[in-house]
Design a protein around this ligand. Structure first.
Ligand code: SF4
Length: 381
C-alpha cells in the first residue's frame, strides 16, 4: 500500500520551500536531475498540478510561513513570463513570507529573458543562481549545453543590472578541460559581479548517457578544486561548504538551512521534503505526478522516518560539509554522550590537518574538504 505523506509542520515555525520545475530545453548527457523537454500544453498542465499539490499542503497545515524559497529544476526560465505570473500568484496565495525571506530562482543562459528579471525583481526574488558551468566554449560544447559563453556573459550582466544577487554554478573535471580555461572562467565570473559560486566536479551518474558511456579525456578534478580554493579565497570569498563560496555573509540561506537539518517543504515532481523527523520524496514522473493529483492523491513516492543513530549520522555529514561543522555541546544534548563518543571514535586517527581549529566544534579544514567523501565513509550509521 502506498505510504502517504502525513507531514505536519508546526503552524508558526518558519520553513524553507523548494519548488521543482521539471523542464529543460534539452537533456545534458551527465544530468541525473528529473526533467523533460516540454510542450506548452505540458507546462500549463504542470502548473495546474502544482496548484493541486499546494492544495494538499494547505489542507494539512496552517498557511506555511517561509524563511527561504528556492525555485529550481530543471530550468525555471523555460516557463514563460505569463507562466511565471501564474506561479507567483499561486505561491503568494498559499504561503506567507517572512519580511527577510530569501528567494532564489535558478536560471539558464539562453532562456533567461529580461521579462523574467523584471517580474522577479517586482516580486520577492533576491538571488538568481545561473547555470553558467564554464565560460570556455569548447567546454560548453563538450557538455552539450545549449548556450555559449557570450550568452552566459550577457545573462550575468543583466542579472547584475537588475540589482539582483548573482550566484553562478560551475563544473570541473570535464572532457579535455584545461586549468588555464578554468582559471579564466573563475576570474571573469568574479569580474561580472558574482557574489556566490557553487563549483561541482562532474560525476558519472547511473542512468545518464555519460554514466553508461563515459567521454574520453576526462580531466582529473583535484587540481581544479585546489585552484578554486586558493584563488577564490584570495579574491575575498569564503568557502562555507564543500562546493560553495561566497562574499562575506552572502551565503545561500536556503542551502544552509538544509545542511543544518531544518525542516523544508518540497513540491513538484521528484522534490523532497523533511519535517524534522520524516523525509518524503515525490514521484519523478510528470505524467504520474499529474495523474495522482487529479485523483486527489498526494504525489508521494516514499516517506521514511529518520531517527536515532541514522538521523545523527545524516546530520553529522551535512554539518561537516559546512565550515561551521558540528557543535559539540549541541550534539551531546541531542544525541547523548555515547553517540558523541561514537562520532569521535569514527574520526580517530585522521590527520589533524583535515580539521580546522574551531573551539567547541568539529569542522573540516580546506584540506579536509578536499577529501570529504573519505571522511563520510568512516561515519557509517
Ligand atoms: S540544464 Fe541543468 S537540469 Fe537541465 S538537463 Fe542540463 S544539467 Fe540537467
Amino acid at each position: 500500500m502506498r505510504r502517504r505523506n502525513n507531514t505536519r509542520l508546526e503552524p508558526t515555525s518558519p520553513v524553507s520551500l523548494y519548488v521543482h520545475i521539471p523542464f529543460c530545453r534539452s537533456k545534458c548527457p551527465y544530468c541525473a536531475f528529473y526533467s523533460v523537454i516540454p510542450t506548452p500544453v505540458e507546462v500549463t498542465a504542470f502548473l495546474e498540478a502544482l496548484e493541486g499539490e499546494i492544495g494538499f499542503l494547505s489542507k494539512s497545515s496552517d498557511r506555511p510561513l517561509l524563511r527561504t524559497a528556492y525555485i529550481g529544476g530543471g530550468t525555471p526560465t523555460l516557463l514563460s513570463p505569463a507562466d511565471w505570473e501564474r506561479l507567483i500568484t499561486v505561491l503568494e496565495s498559499a504561503f506567507s513570507f517572512l519580511p527577510t525571506a530569501e528567494v532564489t530562482v535558478e536560471a539558464n543562459p539562453g532562456s533567461l529573458a529580461r521579462e523574467h528579471l523584471a517580474l522577479w525583481k517586482d516580486w520577492r526574488v533576491s538571488r538568481v543562481s545561473l547555470g553558467v558551468q564554464s565560460l570556455q566554449d569548447e567546454d560548453l560544447l563538450a557538455m552539450g549545453r545549449p548556450h555559449d559563453s557570450r550568452q552566459a556573459l550577457e545573462s550575468m550582466a543583466e542579472i547584475k543590472g537588475k540589482g539582483l544577487s548573482l550566484s553562478v554554478d560551475l563544473l570541473f573535471g570535464l572532457p579535455a578541460q584545461k586549468l588555464q580555461g578554468w582559471s579564466d572562467t573563475l576570474r571573469r565570473v568574479l569580474d561580472e559581479g558574482a557574489e556566490h559560486l557553487s563549483i561541482y566536479e562532474l560525476t558519472l551518474e547511473d542512468g545518464t548517457p555519460w554514466g553508461s558511456h563515459p567521454p574520453r579525456d576526462l580531466a582529473a578534478g583535484y587540481p581544479f578544486y585546489r585552484w578554486a580554493q586558493y584563488y577564490l579565497e584570495k579574491k575575498g570569498l569564503l568557502q562555507y561548504e564543500i562546493a560553495s563560496f561566497s562574499k562575506p555573509r552572502r551565503w545561500c540561506r536556503h542551502n544552509v538551512a538544509y545542511w543544518s537539518g531544518a525542516p523544508f517543504l518540497g513540491i513538484g515532481p521528484s522534490a523532497w521534503g523533511y519535517d524534522g523527523t520524516v523525509r518524503t520524496g515525490n514521484v519523478a514522473d510528470l505524467e504520474r505526478y499529474r495523474w495522482l493529483i487529479e485523483k486527489g492523491i498526494r504525489p508521494t513516492l516514499f516517506s521514511e522516518r529518520l531517527e536515532g543513530k541514522r538521523r545523527a549520522f545524516e546530520l553529522s555529514v551535512l554539518a561537516l560539509r559546512t565550515r561551521w561543522g558540528i557543535r559539540i555541546q549541541e550534539y551531546r544534548r541531542l544525541w547523548g554522550d555515547q553517540m558523541l563518543k561514537d562520532l569521535q571514535d569514527s574520526l580517530e586517527g585522521l590527520p589533524p590537518c583535515l580539521f580546522r581549529k574551531a573551539p567547541g566544534r568539529i569542522a573540516l579544514s580546506k584540506q579536509g574538504m578536499r577529501v570529504g567523501n573519505t571522511i563520510w565513509e568512516r561515519l557509517v550509521p
